[in-house]
Design a protein around this ligand. Sequence first.
Ligand SMILES: [Zn+2]
Ligand SMILES: [Zn+2]
Length: 354
Amino acid sequence: MEEILVGIHMHTRYSDGNGSHADLLKAALKAGLDAIIVTDHNVLVQDAETYLQEKRRKVLLLVGEEVHDQTLKGGGSHLLVFGHNRELAQYAPNPQALINQANSNHGLSFIAHPYEDTLPAFGEAEFGWRNWEVKGFTGIELWNQLSEFKTRSQTLPGAIRNALFPRGMMEAPLERTVKLWDELLLKHKQPVVAIAGNDAHNLIIHKGPIKVHIYTYEFQFRSFSNHVMVPNLLKGEINQDRAMIYEALANGHTYLANDQIHSARGFRYTVNTKDGTFILGDRVDSSSGLTFQVRLPIHGHIRLFKDGKMIKESWDREILTHITTEPGIYRVEVYQDYLGKHRAWIFSNPIYAF
Ligand SMILES: [Zn+2]
Ligand SMILES: [Zn+2]
C-alpha cells in the first residue's frame, strides 16, 4: 500500500475562485500534494485533466464539479460529484435524482459542508445541506476549511483574527457534523465515506478600501488534505491514476489530516482477523475475533470509537491496540496540542465489522 495526498474541493475563475487550473497545480506541487480534484460550481470543465511535473515530483489535476440548485431560495444543498463524464447540473433541483445520476454515470457524490454558520462580519450566508432524506451518496465532507472559518468567526474581531492568522483557526471538524456522520453510519448500515474539503477559492476580502488575500490555494493545501491509501504511486497515465484514486475514495481507504500540526504521513489503522489484515474502509467478519491497531508517526492522543461512542483512548502514545469480538463501526480520531489548543489532527474512515 502507498499513501498519496489528495486535495479535494476547490474553485477557479470558472466559478467563484480567484485563480486558474495552472495556479492550482503550482500551489499543489509546492504544498506536496499528489493530486487535486477541482470542483467548480455547476460546471464540469472539459479537457482540463493534466499533470504538472517538476524534476521528480508531479501532481495530477482531476476535474469534478460542485452541483447545487441556483434557484433554491437561500441556497444550500451543495453536492460534490466527481468521476463522472457528463454535466449533471441540470439535476440539481432534485438532489436524489442528482445522486442517482452521479451513481449511474460512475460518479462519486459527497454532501459538501453539511452544516455551517453564516459569517455576519462579511455578510456571507450559510449553505448547509437541506435534504436529509436522500440515499445512495458516497459520503460527506466531514471537515470543510471554509465552513470551519465561517462557524468559528462569529464576531468581527474573531473573523479578522481567523482571516489573518488562519493557522490558529482550525480546531476540529464541527461537532455537529461528526455527530451527523455517526448517525448516518448507523442509519444507512453501509459505508458513508468521510473526506476533507479545502473549499479553496484563493479568497480576496474587500472591507472598505482594504483588499486582503487570505486562505490562498497553497496555504489551504498545506494545511489540510486527504491521505488516500492506494496500491501504487501515480504512474503518470491519467486514466489509470484517476481510476485508482476514485476507487480508493469510493471504498473509504482514506483518512483526513490537519498536516499543519505535523505531517500525518505514516498513520496506520488496521484490523487483523482470521482472514488477514484489513485497512480503513474495509468490511470484515468479526466472528473469530478482531485485533485493531492504530500507529502514529509521532505520539498523540488516540481515541477509538465504536458506533459513535468512544471506547478506548491513549495519551502521548504512538500505538493503540484493541482486541474484541464485537461487531460494529470502528473509527479513530487523533489529537495534538498545537498553538495553545488541543486540536484534531487525524480522522480515519471506519472499519466495518459485521
Ligand atoms: Zn459549497
Ligand atoms: Zn465550494
